[in-house]
Design a protein around this ligand. Structure first.
Ligand code: MD5
Ligand code: FE
Length: 203
């Protein structure tokens, strides 16, 4: 069911469950071409989340900063194409949430092993903030922190479970957000990890 969390945020509970087998197979195929790696932040810390990408643009981070790159810096090759089941899932979820015509050119794959977390931040490396962001949670559950437009604003805690899809846009696009440390556990399809797919219009 669709749950409106605020003006521009919709949580589609279990939206990705119907096609979960094909979806996870497509993700695994991408990860064979573009392996997960721990990115280093401009501050020199290695992120606890490991990351890969597919689509025309991949989000990367190193000592020089955060940016979108057309090539995988580890291989020097273009990122793997965005598999159709992933693109269609993102487009369908965006349309359901009121953002018809969403055409993502970047899919970031974040992998959380137990203990991995993501600190509070805004997504502002994209060129166009008018497009929404679609986030698909797979595997172990996590508590997502949905903050406000200022870092100091209080955060709501939202449990994201396997198959949940969150869509943000409009007035909520620039909210601060993060993920609390993932608790140990074992998911029947993905084992001891949480995988998050983040679809964006980077360019
Ligand atoms: C995750 N990833 O669970 C999250 C899901 C990231 C990231 O945050 O940057 O890789 S995406 C959540 C998101 C994106 C854009 C806006 C908002 C949340 N929001 O306004 O809350 O790995
Ligand atoms: Fe983010």
């Amino acid at each position: 069911w669709a749950e409106g969390l605020s003006a521009g945020t919709v949580l589609l509970h279990g939206w990705a469950c119907a096609g979960e087998i094909a979806l996870c197979a497509a993700v695994e195929a991408v990860l064979r071409q573009s392996p997960l790696r721990g990115m280093v932040t401009p501050g020199g810390q290695r992120m606890s989340v490991t990351t890969a990408s597919c689509g025309d643009w991949g989000w990367v981070s190193d000592r020089r900063g955060y940016r979108y790159s057309a090539v995988d810096p580890d291989s020097g090759q273009p990122w793997p194409a965005m598999p159709d089941p992933l693109r269609e899932l993102a487009r369908g979820a965006a349309a359901e949430a009121g953002f018809a015509g969403f055409d993502p050119d970047a899919c970031l794959i974040n992998c959380y092993l137990p203990g991995a977390r993501m600190g509070l931040h805004q997504d502002k490396d994209e060129r166009d903030f008018k497009a929404p962001i679609v986030s698909v949670s797979l595997g172990l559950p996590a508590v997502f922190l949905l903050g406000g437009l200022r870092r100091a604003d209080p955060s709501a805690r939202i449990l994201l479970q396997h198959g949940d899809v969150l869509v943000w846009g409009g007035p909520d696009r620039m909210r601060f957000h993060g993920v609390q440390p993932v608790k140990p556990g074992c998911h029947p399809l993905l084992g001891e990890r949480r995988i998050n797919l983040t679809f964006r219009k980077a360019r």
